[in-house]
Ligand binder design. Structure first.
Ligand SMILES: [Zn+2]
Ligand SMILES: [Zn+2]
Length: 342
């Protein structure tokens, strides 16, 4: 089969001819219908974040149709439409047993530490193949498995309850899902903070109240919009100490700030005023869980999570096209999500 593989960091990915993967007794072979090109893939290609063993087929945002199943598989059958949860976990270790599979001792991510979905076929354990509703396109199913699911996990870490208010710092791919998911989970008001007027306009169409820091201090603007109270949950999806601090400062009494953006600088806080004085919480969010996928896919089926304006371009399984999309991501120039349709 054809597969797009990373052979050496810092070099373009290449189209190779490789064997169709073997299927163990509890595995399924999936014919790939859509595979997203993510910012993480640009980091793997550049070597900023290592992917191995090389050569490796990239692609961790995958949806397709079950082609073949192992002898012990009971959850899915050939012909089923599925989206793939990218983290392969053992289900039995200390962390897996406690519902913390992101920390599985033998956990391994497809397209990062084992062959992924930039190929005609990919094999995964059956529990990783989540049924994709008929009305959700494969392209959306693929993207749901990365940025949207991380946004849902971050909101769940923030323990968002119905009737609460939310601020989302950064409305890129993750934030645009977070705005819609917060509303679907019952948020009364969602405030979107971003410097980009076009992104704020789209977030506004998804029901968010736009806050542009170019117009003044975003913390003051959030307080003003919430009757001086602040928000119950703030998500930081940018990865800057400044916006992390703003997310904490924008909290109401007993509010929760969830950080999902990666920063390479330490965060300084006035711990009395910003944290203990109002019993605020600062929470890290890392990846997402298999158990969150059914709710996410159901919200997509109902249209509560709409990706039509997020996934706007498809490319074939072609090395030049994929390298072009990765180059764009490296330049921060990608306007929308690109999805490979083999
Ligand atoms: Zn991704
Ligand atoms: Zn485990």
């Amino acid at each position: 089969m054809r597969a797009i593989r990373l052979t050496s960091p810092g070099r373009p990915v290449e189209l190779h001819d490789v064997p169709v993967p073997d299927v163990g007794p509890r595995d399924v072979l999936v014919r790939v219908k859509a595979a997203g090109i993510c910012h993480s893939d640009a980091h793997y290609r550049a070597g900023r974040s290592p992917a191995y063993p090389l050569p490796l087929t990239l692609g961790h945002e995958v949806a397709g149709v079950v082609e073949r199943v192992g002898g012990a598989v009971t959850l899915v059958r050939p012909g089923d439409r599925v989206a793939l949860h990218y983290l392969i976990a053992c289900a039995d270790c200390w962390h897996c047993a406690r519902g913390q599979e992101q920390f599985c001792r033998t956990g391994s991510m497809i397209g990062h530490f084992r062959d992924g979905g930039w190929a005609e076929y990919v094999a995964v354990p059956e529990r990783n193949a989540v049924r994709l509703p008929d009305t959700v396109p494969f392209e959306h199913g693929a993207v749901l498995m990365c940025s949207s699911s991380t946004a849902l996990h971050a909101l769940r870490k923030g323990r968002l309850a119905g009737g609460e208010t939310v601020a989302v710092f950064g409305v890129g791919g993750l934030g645009m899902s977070a705005v819609q998911l917060a509303r679907a989970l019952g948020a009364l008001d969602v405030l979107a903070v971003d410097l980009d007027a076009d992104k704020l306009r789209l977030a506004g169409e998804y029901g968010a109240i736009p806050v542009n820091p170019r117009d003044g201090d975003p913390v003051a603007a959030i307080r003003e919009r919430t009757g001086g109270r602040g928000v119950d949950v703030a998500l930081e999806l940018i990865g800057l100490p400044l916006t992390m601090r703003q997310a904490v400062q924008a909290l109401a009494v007993q509010g929760r700030a969830v950080v999902a953006g990666l920063a390479d600088e330490p965060l300084a806080l006035d711990t009395y005023r910003d944290l203990l004085g109002k019993e605020a919480e600062l929470i890290g969010a890392n990846d997402h869980l298999l158990q969150e996928m059914p709710l996410l896919l159901e919200l997509a089926r109902r249209g509560a999570l709409d990706l039509r304006r997020v996934v706007a371009r498809t490319v074939p399984l072609d090395a030049a096209a994929v390298n072009g999309a990765l180059d764009e991501l490296d330049r921060f120039g990608a306007p929308v999500r690109t999805v490979i349709v083999p």
